[in-house]
Structure formats: structure tokens, C-alpha cells
Ligand binder design. Structure first.
Ligand code: GUN
Length: 263
């Protein structure tokens, strides 16, 4: 099933789950940036919520908001019984420490899965795993290569693949092209999250059975591009746009429902 078909089917399931609920789940998104990618994400998340019957609201704070002021907003949301879950959209302006913010969100409301005590996983890796499971991908003993080591994607992705008993290698933007080629040649599952247009080109060799997951969203005058050149000769390659971004948004709604089901 393509990602678009999968999303459509899962949304129908979620919609009917929400319809059965006495009280609609509620989500708050706090945004303190003018980042283009964030704007697109937030717009998409609000659209998904509306479509699924979830109450979602955006709290936009000025760019000069201090960490103390944000902490006050977070503390209020933590206590607000009408709010089931909330996220603070990243990136944050430089006067605010992201790690402090992640720790301030109450773990039971942390739909992003960023808090170390959160029972949930970050949305991008979780969304990717859900889709790969749905597609019947086998993990046990497979060679998985994650390129990228961010706290939001690379590191949690490696952890989830390890949990599925993959042999996990984490590479990054400082890995030499020669080494990258050497690892990728033997890879069964590849997740690329560096943020560099077409970092992986047709010049790289892959197994025909390989699965390539492209987390990159790189915008230039020609439009949106992934970290992987399109049209690789492999078993599965996720598209950009219309790929991992949709899986991430879906995972956020699924995380919100998980919070509600454990109440
Ligand atoms: N910025 C990019 N992706 C994400 C995400 O999944 N959650 C939050 N809060 N910010 C992001």
C-alpha cells in the first residue's frame, strides 16, 4: 500500500474511534517560530485534527518570548484538565533551551514523546515503524542504517530499530562518502534524516530488496526534495513530499488517542 493509501485507511479507523468517544480528544500546539517547515507541519496537524474530529488549537507566541514566559504557558497546559496533550513545536528561538522545554512538559501529556519518562515515542520514528510494520517489513537480524543523529529522529529511530532486533548502524553528516557507500551496500533498511538535498544518489549501490525511508524536506526554487534522489532501484522508497511528513502527522494523532485510552 502506498503511504497515501495507508494514511487514508488509518484516518478512517481513527475517525470512527473518535466518533465513539464521549469527549473529543483535545490537542494544543505551541509555536514560537516563523520557520517555513514548522508552519507547514502545524497547518497539516491542525487540518488532520479537524478531519478526525479532534479539538486542536494553536497558541502562537512572539519570537522574543523568554524561557520563563514559555514555562508559564507549559505549566498552565500541564494543569489544564481540558487539554489531553500538547506539543511545543521545534525549533525554538535561541534564548530558549529546547532540552529544558522537553523536560517541562508533563510526561502524561507529552504527545511528542520527547520527555525521557514519556510512555510514547517521538512521532517521526514511530510513524515510520507503524508504516513498515503495516507493509510487513521484517526486522529481525536485518541490517538497518540510520543516517542522522538528531534527538527528534536519528537517535530514537535507531532505538526503535534496535528494539526490533535489527543490526543498527548510525551514520551522520560527517561520515565519509566512501564509508557511507560501504555500509549502504549491505543495508536492508535505510532511514535518511540529514536534511541535505539528494545526499544519497544513484551513484550509491543498494540491494534490490532494500527499503529506503526518506525523512528529508529540503526546499529550493524548484520545490521540495528529499535526502535521497527519486527513482532508486530498490523494493520501497518513500516519496518527498507525501511521505514521512504524513506518517509523522498521523503518529501525533495516534499518540493523542493512546493518551486518551489510558485515562
Ligand atoms: N519539529 C519538527 N518535527 C517536530 C515534531 O515532531 N514535534 C515538534 N514538537 N516539533 C517538531
Amino acid at each position: 500500500m502506498t503511504i497515501k493509501e495507508y494514511i487514508k485507511a488509518r484516518k478512517e479507523e481513527i475517525k470512527s474511534e473518535v466518533l465513539k468517544m464521549e469527549r473529543k480528544p483535545s490537542l494544543v500546539i505551541v509555536q514560537i517560530n516563523e520557520d517555513e517547515a514548522s508552519k507547514a507541519y502545524v497547518k497539516g496537524k491542525l487540518k488532520d485534527a479537524a478531519e478526525l474530529g479532534i479539538n486542536a488549537r494553536l497558541v502562537k507566541l512572539p519570537l522574543e518570548t523568554t524561557e520563563k514566559e514559555l514555562m508559564k504557558v507549559i505549566s498552565k497546559l500541564n494543569k489544564d484538565k481540558k487539554v489531553d496533550g500538547f506539543i511545543v513545536q521545534m525549533p525554538l528561538p535561541k534564548q530558549i533551551n529546547e532540552e529544558n522545554v522537553k523536560l517541562a512538559v508533563a510526561p502524561e501529556k507529552d504527545v511528542d514523546g520527547f520527555h525521557p519518562l514519556s510512555a510514547l515515542n517521538p512521532c517521526t520514528p514511530q510513524g515510520i515503524m507503524n508504516y513498515l510494520h503495516h507493509e510487513g517489513v521484517e526486522f529481525l537480524g536485518k541490517n538497518a542504517v540510520v543516517i542522522g543523529r538528531s534527538n527528534i529522529v536519528g537517535k530514537p529511530m535507531a532505538k526503535l530499530l534496535l528494539k526490533e532486533s535489527c543490526n543498527v548502524t548510525v551514520l551522520h553528516s560527517k561520515t565519509s562518502k566512501e564509508d557511507m557507500k560501504r555500509y549502504l551496500k549491505n543495508a536492508d533498511i535505510v532511514v535518511v534524516a540529514v536534511g541535505r538535498k539528494h545526499l544519497i544518489t544513484k551513484e550509491f549501490e543498494f540491494k534490490p530488496s532494500a527499503i529506503l525511508v526518506d525523512v528529508g524536506i529540503n526546499r529550493d526554487e524548484e520545490g521540495l526534495h528529499g535526502d535521497i534522489e527519486p527513482g532508486m532501484k530498490v523494493a520501497l522508497q518513500t516519496p518527498v513530499p507525501g511521505g514521512v511528513g504524513l506518517l509523522t502527522r498521523l503518529a501525533l494523532m495516534e499518540n493523542l488517542l493512546k493518551i486518551n485510552s489510558t485515562k
